[in-house]
Design a protein around this ligand. Sequence first.
Ligand code: ADP
Length: 243
Amino acid sequence: MTSPPALHAHGLHKRYGHTKALNGVDITLLPGQFHVLLGPNGAGKSTLLQLLTGLFNPDQGQIEVCGVSMAQRPAQALARLGVVFQQSALDLDLSVRANLLFHTDLHGLPRREAMARIESLLPTLGLSDQLSATVRTLSGGNRRKVELVRALLHRPAVLLMDEATVGLDPASRQQLLHTVHRLCREQGTAVLWATHLLEEAEEADHLLLLARGEVCYAGTVANFVASHDGADFRQVAMGVLGV
Ligand code: ADP
């Protein structure tokens, strides 16, 4: 018997008044694969991530994380997700350690195990000497990395990143992107990276193009380019997305 995908959502619809934010979206995330959700502002990316993280219920459609229904068993489904939101959720006046332990306490992880995981993850992100630093003193790039560590500490099967590079300089953006690619490969985590930046999509294992609340392409970047006679990825994607 094959195991279920890390995340599977089917037929998602969401309206805000007369606005159809999502209109029948299907999405499947596989372990160890880096999926990019690319769409212009207003395409529905944040709405989709809000549904996948259980913040709102879809008007229609189902979401399962590792085969666990978000509607029927939300706590078990959410326990398998790690999320980095666009807006920072760190307490700036607390240390990196205190911020991370707050999160592991919420997940019921014993302190000794939590510290072991923190001490093994920080060096992989180049943050080993920042454990006692107050978050306010860290650069924007390092704050994002702390959020990434926090999202990974409970060892989620799925990592959702919502426009995680917004506000970062180009070097920090590249570094964060490469770090998440590496973690995805090494740890077998299914990653969904939502962005409006074409350059963040080119290295994706799997590309989802979202426009006006609908998925207009799902597949590899290579197949996308091949189906447009090998034309330049950025130009074709801009055309398909209508930007
Ligand atoms: P993206 O993240 O791709 O920029 P959003 O999911 O934020 O897209 O928005 C999708 C559509 O839904 C847009 O037309 C947006 O104006 C609308 N929308 C999003 N959130 C709300 C809300 N809380 N109330 C009303 N309309 C909303």
